[in-house]
Ligand binder design. Structure first.
Ligand code: ATP
Length: 205
């Protein structure tokens, strides 16, 4: 099993958004999070990524690579500089596979500040490949991508899965991951609970 959590409760600000989350994703598998706007998909992914401490339960952020709504690029760095920086941070991986997976060769000398939204997104998603981490946490990753690049990104996910990785994805776009299982996040809704109501809250304050 690549990632398994039980009895995870998640907060957003002072609100407890999700309670009793149970999920697992195996090597080579993808899990697609479902639920309407506000259900808690981003909250769950941020908690799994270690960006927001869980109210209760354990996560393993060191095994995860997160791609959220922001691309995480420094405006003044070129795409090549950003990729080499990330590669150095995550253990010195060759940037070639990431460049090829996201068709970044023509953009390597361009500063992030001068990229289109979709170009920024491709450069940001390339970081996933460079991390070498087994679990990709993806929050609406295809925003700003054109059709060809959605296809390219879906191929990158499939390659990651084929290599024994896994992915947990919040997406409203069909990525063609026919074997993916789905998880309805709404079943874990915590109602109107706040941190003050939660007996575990002090443990993470
Ligand atoms: N910074 C914040 N502080 C407090 N509450 C927040 C904050 N951001 C979001 N929320 C609330 O947390 C709940 C869960 O939001 P979340 O972003 O996880 O939903 P989502 O399922 O990802 O929605 P969407 O499909 O719109 O992206 C919502 O009720 C939302 O209003």
């Amino acid at each position: 099993m690549t990632l398994s959590v039980t009895n995870l409760s998640c907060r957003r600000g002072e609100a407890v958004v999700l309670r009793g989350v149970r999920l697992s994703v195996a090597r080579g598998a993808a899990l697609v999070l479902r639920g309407p706007n506000g259900a808690g998909k981003t909250t769950l992914l941020r908690t799994l990524a270690g960006l927001t401490p869980p109210v209760s339960g354990d996560v393993a952020p060191e095994r995860c690579a997160y791609a959220g709504h922001a691309d995480g690029l420094k405006a003044q760095l070129t795409v090549g500089e950003a990729l080499r920086f990330w590669a150095a941070i995550f253990g010195g991986a060759d940037v070639g596979p990431a460049v090829r997976a996201f068709d970044l060769e023509p953009l390597l000398d361009r500063r992030a500040a001068e990229l289109s939204a979709g170009q920024k997104r491709r450069a940001g998603l390339a970081r996933l490949v460079l991390t070498g981490r087994p679990v990709w946490l993806l929050d609406e990753p295809t925003v700003s991508l054109d059709t060809d690049n959605v296809t390219r990104f879906a191929a990158a996910i499939r390659a990651h899965l084929a290599g024994g990785g896994s992915a947990i994805i919040a997406t409203h776009v069909d990525l063609g991951l026919t074997d993916a299982t789905t998880l309805d996040v709404g079943q874990f809704a915590a109602g109107t609970a706040t941190m003050q109501d939660d007996p575990f809250a002090e443990a993470v304050e």
